[in-house]
Design a protein around this ligand. Structure first.
Ligand code: ATP
Ligand code: MG
Length: 424
């Protein structure tokens, strides 16, 4: 019979690489807690309308990337392609947003029907941050400082910050008219996708990858020239904070992001080490979204990072965190001692909660059990054979490095002896 395989673009994370994920997740939890952020967990499935209304109808995600299906009762549901919309929905629903400051974070899988390639999957994982109730730019700077700290904690030095402002909806609307006029004047040079977007979402043309379109973009008017005083002040203040913090940044006036809800600050953290899929973290301010989803007007800023891309960066490091190995492997050469060995293992786990102890199960010769201990990378083998059982002892055999001498110790002293045994 033909074996069933996983869905294209959706990957198993296997035990031999999961330690990198755990390392990353631990560092993130630690970081976010230090900055006073609280975790929130939302369902993986939401009403399709939630994403259409927030991300925007004329975006890649909603037009062609969502996993949308009909529930048995006929409702249209979607697997979440991102979690900002879900987080805002939850915040409104549970009254977390009005007149409050919330610093929230989430972690989990997202789903987009994209063409799978390196760094781009159909199920991928994000850690995201959403802050509500603060109009910035101080909080914008905090979010970026926190991210910069994460790169330092992870030992990633080649991640650079690109920053832009999209201004208020009012100056954007004005700018939009200038942009459309410019693109209309060069219509014949635009690729088909750009022409289709011309009236629906002209700002998205700014980050087109088509060479012809890029030439037209190069001479397009800049939003910077159409910013109102408030938008300008917000952007300048943020840049000032970043400079004061010593965080390097680069202004990219063509950075617009693929979602409709952004206002003012938008940013991406980019590395050159991952080829075309180099954006490891992206976000921005979305002051209009809470109201747009039915809540009361609440300023907000958020960001999300792609964990697959960060794991790939960690993997490539020479000093990548190593997988954990057991401290001790309990060898039981004779099945007569199986019951006794189970008790010994429990005794030791009770006395030493810090110890990683694997008990051999399934019988077999002393030699094959020692081999298994070695393959697992255990630092010592503990042997409980007939002689040890009769004498009330355990034999401790170092397996790594210098190792030192094999010793037989009284069972009552084993827990204390483990320190010496593991030191070598
Ligand atoms: P991209 O330009 O790479 O398509 P995006 O603008 O669609 O990114 P966002 O929606 O802002 O991405 O998501 C934030 C981050 O999540 C990205 O910077 C990236 O690290 C990660 N990400 C997005 N889509 C995928 C995917 N299909 N597979 C893996 N990671 C992804
Ligand atoms: Mg995308």
């Amino acid at each position: 019979m033909k074996a069933i395989r996983s869905i294209r673009g959706m990957h198993d994370i296997l035990p031999d690489s999961v330690h990198l994920w755990q390392h990353l997740e631990d560092q993130l939890r630690d970081l976010l807690t230090r900055y006073g952020y609280h975790e929130i967990r939302m369902p993986l499935v939401e009403a399709t309308e939630l994403f259409a209304r927030s991300i925007g109808d004329v975006t890649d995600i909603v037009e062609k990337e969502m996993y949308t299906f009909e529930d048995r009762n006929g409702d249209s549901l979607s697997l979440r392609p991102e979690a900002t919309a879900s987080c805002v929905r939850a915040g409104i629903q549970h009254g977390l947003l009005h007149n409050q400051v919330q610093r929230l974070w989430y972690m989990g899988p997202m789903f987009r029907h994209e063409r799978p390639q390196k760094g781009r999957y159909r199920q991928f994982h994000q850690v995201g941050v959403e802050v509500f109730g603060l109009p910035g730019p101080d909080i914008d700077a905090e979010v970026l400082a926190m991210t910069a700290r994460l790169w330092r904690m992870l030992g990633l030095s080649n991640v650079r910050l690109e920053l832009n402002t999209l201004g208020t909806p009012e100056c954007r609307a004005q700018y939009r008219e200038h942009l459309i006029a410019h693109f209309e004047a060069h219509r014949e040079q635009l690729d088909e996708e750009a022409r289709n977007r011309l009236y629906d979402n002209p700002m998205r043309i700014l980050d087109s990858k088509d060479p012809g379109t890029r030439e037209v973009v190069a001479t397009a008017p800049s939003l910077m020239d159409h910013l109102d005083a408030e938008s300008r002040a917000h952007f300048d203040a943020l840049c000032g904070h970043l400079d004061a913090l010593g965080i390097a940044w680069e202004h990219n006036p063509r950075l617009v992001r693929g979602l409709d809800y952004y206002t003012h600050t938008v940013f991406e953290w980019i590395t050159d080490e991952l080829g075309a899929q180099g954006t490891v973290c992206a976000g921005g301010r979305y002051d209009g979204l809470v109201e747009q989803l039915g809540g009361r007007g609440t300023p907000a800023i958020g960001m999300a990072m792609g964990l697959e891309r960060l794991v790939a960066l960690l993997e490539a490091r020479e000093d990548a965190p190593a997988a954990g190995v057991p401290d001790a492997y309990l060898v039981v050469p004779d099945t007569e001692q199986t019951g006794e060995a189970l008790r010994l293992a429990e005794e030791l786990r009770e006395a030493r909660p810090d110890l990683q102890l694997v008990q051999h199960c399934g019988g077999g010769s002393m030699k094959s059990q020692m081999k298994r201990a070695d393959r697992l990378g255990a630092r010592v083998a503990l042997v409980l054979g007939p002689d040890e059982a009769a004498a009330g002892t355990v034999t401790v055999k170092p397996l790594r490095g210098e190792g030192g001498e094999q010793q037989t110790v009284a069972r009552a002293d084993l827990s204390a002896h483990m320190d010496t045994a593991l030191q070598s």
